[in-house]
Design a protein around this ligand. Structure first.
Ligand code: ATP
Ligand code: MG
Length: 561
């Protein structure tokens, strides 16, 4: 046992410390958090971090989490996005308390605005946006009061009601909070709280033509729901003063905002706006393209909820921004997939191997475990015959000494089968090896090997006459640089042109087709010696298509040894 009591304590992140204190000091008896996506795009892995933080804290403290659609900007939002967000949160394995919409609070928010107006804390400003910007000042010099700042509460209320009833066109005027045009915090210089937008809203239809701003909606929505801890990303830090100002002036539930560092992941971009550009410009095939850092892209690629949750757990929460290496995410995928991926043999780049001492019409069914990590997955039978496919790069003509695969005169073991010796090759007119001729050693059968023959390498293989053609999608990073959003110029200039490699002539052992015909939902696979794979959503038993989730090589674990 350690002598230092501090070492025995479980280490807590700064949010847990805050919650512990709030509970100890009786500020709250239970906690309620919220995840507040704006339905203007699909969720990405950064959102998964936020979901993990909000739902994770609630789980830990036996509290709850609301799913709130922060839908104050009808122009960019849609029901398609709402549905995808719900689906992704559920898929990640989290259950929300209530499904709520900021737009459901529009009437209440309108009443809040009226209260500010009546208390002399908000006014209608007819200035143009250029005029307002010109009077805003700079971070080092104060702004100037608007000529409309001294309108009476009665006048403001009448104008605000006219804004609501649709008497003014877009941009005619706005409602501003009356705070302090000299505040060092620019957000406190009479921020806009309502703007006119004659736009149909996906949730409220034509009911409203004025919409509250983020700042006027967010904290108040938290307060309406009695959210105890409103957790957001660091860029909202300057908004906190305004968040508190509204809550204080409106005398509503004292929700509190806390900020943590957003997740940045290497070799990708993480803002919905940028991801939307990739989709719209056709750089990827939709939001769920397996190269996208979206939850739906990761799912299609074969990532599991467990892998994503483990990743979020490992990165933790902190107050300083950094870029997390994508290989940590890949490491978490491998770790999880290794436990339940079914092992199958698939040859991606086929070369024919002939076993010359095996009868042409003889077929043996060799048994092999579906998953050595999980005996419950049972065994499968693999047909073995005279002609096999092996990987082209598992044979080398003038091989160096350390090449432990196939070359004339050398031995290898064929996985779950026999040791073979390579005797000869057949070449085409161009001098390329098109066939490898070998002899097998009958007494070297896997599990019953009495041959005494040594073989350093083990190769995967597929029987030619039983092989099932499959299409395999191999992926590389979507961008060529570590942090494309940080580079000069357009982030799209750094797109990796070779991020997708489609292999149309791969061969799989027949069991893979049987799987597709029998499993009601797709399984994860390890294609032996190649990586982890997952059936694409377009895959059918007639045309099998697999996405590579991640390769087998583990660079992250090596780097951190
Ligand atoms: P984006 O910039 O990608 O559009 P956003 O912040 O506008 O993201 P919202 O839908 O408003 O997206 O975000 C919902 C919640 O997810 C917010 O609390 C936000 O702070 C959080 N979030 C968004 N991106 C990240 C990220 N990269 N890391 C952690 N949390 C994030
Ligand atoms: Mg946003």
């Amino acid at each position: 046992m350690s002598n230092n009591p501090a070492e025995e304590k479980e280490s807590k992140n700064f949010l847990e410390e805050i919650i512990d204190k709030d509970l100890q000091e009786g500020r709250h008896t239970s906690i309620l958090t919220r995840f507040p996506p704006e339905p203007n795009g699909y969720l990405h892995i950064g959102h998964a971090k936020s979901i993990h933080v909000n739902f994770g804290l609630a789980e830990k403290y036996k509290g709850e989490t609301n799913l709130r659609f922060d839908d104050t900007n009808p122009v960019t939002e849609s029901v398609e996005y709402v549905e995808s967000i719900k689906n992704d949160v559920k898929w990640l394995g989290f259950e929300w308390k209530d499904e709520l919409y900021t737009s459901d609070y529009f009437e209440q928010l309108y009443q809040f605005a009226l209260k500010l107006i009546r208390d002399g804390l908000a006014y209608v400003d007819d200035s143009s946006s250029e005029e307002i910007a010109a009077l805003k000042g700079t971070p080092t010099s104060p702004g100037t009061n608007s000529p409309y700042r001294n309108r009476t509460p009665e006048e403001n209320e009448a104008l605000f009601n006219k804004m609501r009833s649709g008497e003014f066109p877009d941009g005619h005027c706005i409602l501003r909070a009356k705070i302090d045009m000299a505040s060092p915090n620019m957000l406190m210089r009479d921020p806009v709280i309502y703007r006119i937008k004659h736009v149909k809203h996906h949730h409220t239809g034509d009911k409203w033509c004025i919409y509250p701003t983020y700042d006027f909606a967010h904290g108040q929505s938290d307060a309406i729901e009695n959210i105890t801890h409103s957790i957001c990303t660091l860029e909202f830090m300057p908004h906190r003063e305004l968040y508190n100002w509204f809550i204080e002036k409106l005398e509503i539930f004292p929700s509190k905002q806390y900020e943590f560092a957003r997740l940045n992941l290497s070799y990708t971009v993480m803002s919905k706006r940028k991801l939307l550009q990739l989709v719209d410009d056709g750089h990827v095939n939709g939001w769920d393209d397996p190269r996208m850092p979206t939850i739906s892209g990761l799912r299609r690629r074969g990532y599991t909820p467990a892998a994503i949750r483990e990743f979020c757990k490992r990165i933790g929460v902190a107050k300083r921004e950094n870029v997390i290496d994508v290989s940590l995410l890949e490491f978490c995928a491998r770790e999880d997939l290794n436990k339940h991926a079914l092992r199958r043999m698939v040859v991606l780049n086929p070369l024919k191997l002939v076993i010359t001492n095996w009868d042409a019409d003889k077929v043996e069914l060799l048994e092999s475990e579906n998953n050595p990590e999980n005996p419950e997955d049972g065994e499968r039978k693999m047909p073995f015959g005279r002609e096999l496919w092996i990987e082209k790069d598992d044979f080398m003509e003038n091989a160096p000494k350390k090449f432990f695969r196939l070359s004339v005169g050398r031995n290898v073991r064929l996985k779950s089968a026999f040791i073979i010796t390579c005797d000869d090759v057949v070449k085409n007119e161009a001098g390329e090896v098109v066939e490898v001729h070998c002899t097998y050693h009958p007494d070297s059968r896997s599990g019953q090997d009495t041959s005494g023959i040594k073989a350093k390498g083990t190769l995967h293989w597929v029987s030619v006459s039983h092989a099932v053609p499959v299409e395999v999608h191999q992926y590389d990073r979507l961008f060529k640089v570590n942090n494309p959003a940080d580079e000069e110029g357009d982030f799209k200039d750094y797109i990796n042109p070779d991020s997708l490699h489609v292999i149309t002539n791969a061969y799989a052992e027949p069991e893979l087709k049987t799987d597709a015909e029998t499993f009601s939902s797709p399984r994860h696979y390890q294609f032996m010696r190649k990586g982890y794979y997952y059936p694409d959503q377009t895959s059918t038993p007639e045309k099998l298509v697999y996405n590579q989730t991640v390769g087998l090589r583990d660079t992250w674990a090596k780097m951190n040894k």
